[in-house]
Write a protein that binds this ligand. Structure first.
Ligand code: NAD
Length: 506
């Protein structure tokens, strides 16, 4: 076991040390038009991980040209064949689970057990879309007499994906798997903080038979992303990131009338009624706040607790939170890993300070923990539970994207629904109650793209995911996403003579 782990770590280190962080036309390459050097640090240690050039205009053009050239072959392939290749990609990801999970931890700092869950979900997505795509069919519509129309679904062309750093491979896969399944080709720009696993995916896709050029990776910062959004041969941009950047992406896409999918931030409510199963509600509150160091878009960071169980719930929640183990993300029993960067950790800690200054009480956590070398350069934050919160506090209104759980109390169902909806976000939400009628009443009225009843933060690829309000536009996953990566073509077939009224006289 130890020997195997040592081998995997060696492979991960070798991977980070390889040359060529772009992947264009089936091979790794350096940018030829770099606009500056990006230095990536390993969150767990704060030590340098890798460095590469930020791709410039020519690199973006090369990647898009490669995807455009590959489109003819990939889009013309029988969809059963494309599906088979993607299902094989899922199997390959499973075969390489340990390597990919370790690479993700190296890049992102999340605990290894969570990274395994993420990587397996990538395999699920390739298998799901590989399986679903042969059944994507058009329509035959009679239009009178012997005439009819056929409506076929066609791919869009070159799709650009731009990702965030919290679920590096999953974010990439949720875009690439359905886009490729529908016959598009792809250029992906990972977050400059987490460049590794999207690149590892390129090797896998080539190995299973995705033709070169169909999936390209270009590394870079926001400027690279912007170049990609403005490129005239990009038909669609699928973006995951903040609301602020999302609006820039949408503006850039608007200039070229490109389609967009936006997966943005959230400030989701988790509503716990008096009759909830206590243990499950506490487990869900942990899942809704402390996975991946709290860096999860759908997190239920506003935990509304009905007054009758408040005391009991808080006792259990604080006990469970204090048991979380902050430590080396590669250790099997670690439950809290490293924050992505020093800057982000400082931002999270500033939210704790602002909460305190506005009158919130820190029940536990909210501090930096310095771990022994070689982890002393990493930013490990203890999960924070805040009480005495009010709806107008900065920490309650804004997306923190870190391990801060704000507890709010409520009395009535109508009241909590109004308060839950009093936000410009609408990504997700949860309700805990044993009363099924109440559960359905509440989820019907909460304005969010995904609601969980008596659980939280689960997203199999068969379920559409995306936001209401400023949390986004469009959906990822489920069969809903197939519409986002295809366009319809209507063909009207005349079954008789052309009827043009008085226009034509014999
Ligand atoms: P970010 O918006 O700072 O960056 C996201 C990506 O956009 C990066 O790759 C970045 O390089 C690129 N970018 C920056 N400026 C750009 C521009 N002008 N044009 C094109 N691309 C540009 O977000 P982040 O800090 O990487 O991620 C955190 C945010 O992502 C949070 O708000 C979180 O809620 C959100 N997120 C949403 C989901 C979802 O599915 N809804 C999932 C994960 C993360």
């Amino acid at each position: 076991m130890e020997a195997r782990r040592a081998l995997i770590r060696k492979a991960v280190n070798a991977c980070c040390g390889r040359q060529g962080f772009n992947f264009v036309d089936g091979r790794r390459c350096e940018p030829t038009d770099s606009t500056g050097q990006i230095k990536v640090t390993e969150p767990a240690t704060g030590l340098p991980l890798c460095s590469f050039g930020s791709s410039g205009e020519r690199d973006v053009a090369d990647a898009v040209a490669s995807a455009k050239a590959a489109f003819a072959q990939w889009s013309q392939m029988a969809c059963t064949e494309r599906g088979r290749i993607l299902i094989n990609a899922g199997s390959k990801i499973r075969e390489n689970l340990e390597f990919l999970a370790h690479l993700e931890v190296k890049d992102n700092g999340k605990p290894i057990w969570e990274a395994r869950v993420d990587i397996l979900s990538c395999a699920d997505a390739f298998e799901y879309f590989g399986g679903v795509v042969p059944s994507v069919a058009g329509q035959h519509i009679p239009v009178g007499g012997d005439s009819f129309a056929i409506v076929s679904r066609e791919p869009l062309g070159v799709v650009a994906g731009i990702g965030a750093w919290n679920f590096p491979m999953q974010t990439c896969t949720w875009k690439v798997a359905p886009a490729l399944a529908c016959g598009n080709t792809f250029v992906y720009k990972p977050s400059p903080l987490t460049p590794m696993t999207a690149l590892a995916l390129a090797d896998i896709l080539i190995e299973v038979g995705v033709p070169k050029g169909s999936y390209n990776v270009i590394q870079g910062d926001g400027e690279t992303g912007s170049l990609l959004c403005h490129h005239p041969d990009v038909a669609k941009v699928s973006f995951t990131g903040s609301v602020l950047t999302g609006s820039k992406v949408m503006a850039a896409a608007a200039a070229g009338i490109k389609k967009v999918t936006l997966e943005l931030g959230g400030k989701s409510p988790l509503i716990i009624f008096d009759d909830a199963d206590m243990k499950n509600a506490v487990k869900a509150a942990l899942m809704a706040n402390f996975l991946t160091q709290g860096e999860v878009c759908s997190n239920g960071t506003r935990v509304f607790v009905q007054k009758g169980i408040y005391k009991d719930f808080m006792k259990n929640l604080i006990e469970a939170t204090k048991k979380l183990k902050i430590g080396d993300p590669f250790e099997e029993d670690t439950t809290v890993g490293a924050t992505i960067s020093k800057e982000h950790a400082e931002k999270v800690l500033r939210y704790v300070e602002s909460a305190k200054s506005e009158g919130a009480v820190v029940e536990c956590g909210g501090e930096r923990c310095v771990l022994p070398p070689p982890l002393d350069g990493g930013y490990y934050l203890s999960p924070c539970v805040l009480t005495s919160c009010t709806d107008d506090m900065k920490v309650v209104k804004e997306e923190v994207f870190g391990s801060i759980l704000s507890v709010l109390t409520f009395s009535e169902e109508d009241e909590v629904i109004d308060r839950a909806n009093a936000t410009h976000f609408g990504l997700a939400g949860g309700v805990f109650t044993k009363d099924i009628q109440r559960a359905f009443r509440v989820v019907k009225r909460v304005q969010a793209g995904t609601l969980w009843i008596n659980t939280y933060n689960l997203y199999p690829p068969s379920l559409p995911f995306g936001g209401y309000k400023q949390s986004g536009l469009g959906r990822e996953n489920g069969t809903a996403v197939l519409e986002q990566y295809t366009q319809t073509k209507t063909v009207y077939v005349e079954g008789g003579d052309v009827d043009c009224g008085p226009l034509y006289q014999e």
